[in-house]
Write a protein that binds this ligand. Structure first.
Ligand SMILES: *Cc1c(COP(=O)(O)O)cnc(C)c1O
Length: 381
C-alpha cells in the first residue's frame, strides 16, 4: 500500500462480529475468561491491550513503516517509556533546542535517576559523534526542532548510531510520516505527540512509539504495561479517526505553510522567517532530501524591532489564528515560545539557542489561505 492508502487501511480490518467499518470504542477494563487463564479472545485486561488501542497501534506501525506501534496517554508518556528502558549510568545525546517538556523531563526527572544527558547542535555531526562513549545508549533527535525549525540529517545520524551501536530515537511530531519516515532512514524508534498532527483536531492528548524491531517493541510494551501510561479506548478512537485524513490535512498544511512563510519573508515588519521550505533556510538541502511531500505547517518568525511588545501586540490582534499552546490541528494557532511552550527552558539557555522574546511560532492550519494572510496582515499592521 502507498502512504495515502495506509492512513485509511493500514493494519485495519472490519470488526469481526458486526462488520463495523470503524473499530468500536471498546470501553471496557476487562474481558471474560472461560477457564482461569483462558480468555475468550486474546484480550485479558485493558492496561495490557485493548482492541480499540490495538487498531490504532496497528495503524501507527503501518504509517511509520514499523512492526510495532504503542499508544500512550501523551507524547511525554511515550518518551518516558523510552527512558525507562535505560539504567543509571547510561548516557543520552539529545538535540539542543529540544521540545521544552522533553528537556524538563530529562533534566528534572531522569538526571535524578542517574542518567546523563548531553545537548548538542545536531547539524554538527563531528561534535555529536565526539560525545559518544561506552555509556552512550541513546541519541534523541528532534527534526525539525521546535520552535526554531532546525533540521538534522536523520540518515547520517543513523549511520553514526549504527557504527557506534547506539539506539536512535526521532521525535517525528512536526514532520509526521507524511513528510519523513525516520525508520526508513535508519532510526530505531519514532516518537509522536499524537496530540498534534496525528490526532489533528485539538481534541485529545496522546502519544506514540513505533519501532522496526520486534524485540525492542516488546521491551517498550513491557515498560508501558508495567508502569501504566496507556491511551484509553475513546482517545485511541479519536487518534485513529484523525490519522484517516492525515495525508489530506498535511497536503493543505504544506500548501498554506509555504504561502505564509513567503508572505512573512516579504513583510517589512518581519526580520527572520524560520521555515524549512525557504531557500534561505540553512538546511534547505536536508529539507529537500529528507522531507518528501512538502515542508509542513510550522512557521516561526521574529520582528525587525526585536521587541517583545511587538510580538505580544501581534498575538493579541490575530483573529483567525488563535493564541494558544499546541500545534498540528486543523485550526491555525499562534504561540509565544518564550512565555508559553518554552517557559520551562531557563532564560540563559533560551537566549543561547535563539528563542528570543520577539519570536512567534505559527501552526498554520487548513483554513482558506486568503483569510490566513489577511489576518496576519492586519495583526502586523
Ligand atoms: C507537544 C510535543 C511533545 C509532548 O507531547 P504531549 O502530547 O503534549 O505530551 C513532544 N514533542 C514535541 C515536538 C511536541 O510538539
Amino acid at each position: 500500500m502507498k502512504f495515502n492508502t495506509k492512513t485509511i487501511h493500514g493494519g485495519q480490518h472490519n470488526e469481526k462480529t458486526t462488520g463495523a467499518v470503524m473499530p468500536p470504542v471498546f470501553q471496557t477494563s476487562t474481558f471474560a475468561q472461560t477457564s482461569p487463564g483462558k480468555p475468550i479472545g486474546v484480550y485479558e485486561y485493558s492496561r495490557a491491550a485493548n482492541p480499540t488501542r490495538s487498531a490504532l497501534e496497528e495503524s501507527l506501525a503501518s504509517i511509520e513503516n514499523g512492526v510495532r506501534g504503542l499508544a500512550f496517554a501523551s507524547g511525554l508518556a511515550a518518551t518516558d517509556a523510552v527512558m525507562k528502558i535505560l539504567k543509571p549510568g547510561d548516557e543520552v545525546i539529545a538535540t539542543d533546542d529540544l521540545y521544552g517538556g522533553t528537556y524538563r523531563m530529562f533534566t528534572r526527572v531522569y538526571e535524578d535517576f542517574g542518567i546523563k544527558f548531553h545537548y548538542v547542535d545536531m547539524t554538527d555531526l563531528k561534535k555529536m559523534e565526539s560525545l559518544i562513549n561506552s555509556n552512550t545508549k541513546l541519541i534523541w533527535l528532534e527534526t525539525p526542532t521546535n520552535p526554531l525549525m532546525k533540521l538534522a540529517d536523520i540518515a547520517e545520524i543513523a549511520e553514526i548510531s549504527k557504527k557506534k551501536n547506539v539506539m536512535l530515537a526521532v521525535d517525528n511530531t512536526f514532520a509526521t510520516p507524511y513528510l519523513q519516515k525516520p525508520l526508513d532512514l535508519g532510526a530505531d524508534i519514532v516518537m509522536h505527540s499524537a496530540t498534534k498532527y496525528l490526532g489533528g483536531h485539538s481534541d485529545v492528548i496522546a502519544g506514540a512509539l513505533v519501532v522496526k524491531e520486534k524485540e525492542l517493541g516488546e521491551k517498550l510494551h513491557f515498560a508501558q504495561f508495567a508502569t501504566g501510561a496507556i491511551l484509553g479506548p475513546m482517545d485511541s478512537y479519536l487518534v485513529l479517526r484523525g490519522i484517516k485524513t492525515l495525508h489530506l490535512r498535511m497536503q493543505r498544511h504544506c500548501e498554506n505553510g509555504i504561502k505564509v512563510a513567503d508572505f512573512l519573508t516579504k513583510h517589512t515588519a518581519v526580520k527572520r522567517v524560520y521555515y524549512p521550505g525557504l531557500e534561505s533556510h540553512p538546511s534547505y538541502d536536508i529539507a529537500k532530501k529528507q522531507m518528501i511531500c512538502g515542508f509542513g505547517g510550522m512557521v516561526t518568525f521574529t520582528f525587525n524591532s526585536a521587541k517583545k511588545e511587538d510580538a505580544v501586540k501581534f498575538l493579541e490582534k490575530v483573529k483567525v489564528f488563535t493564541l494558544a499552546e499546541s500545534l498540528g490541528g486543523v485550526e491555525s494557532l499562534a504561540n509565544h515560545p518564550a512565555t508559553m511552550t518554552h517557559a520551562s527552558v531557563p532564560v540563559d539557555k533560551r537566549v543561547e539557542i535563539g528563542i528570543t522574546d520577539d519570536l512567534v511560532r505559527l501552526s498554520v492550519g487548513v483554513e482558506d489561505i486568503d483569510d490566513l494572510i489577511a489576518d496576519l496582515e492586519q495583526a502586523l499592521k
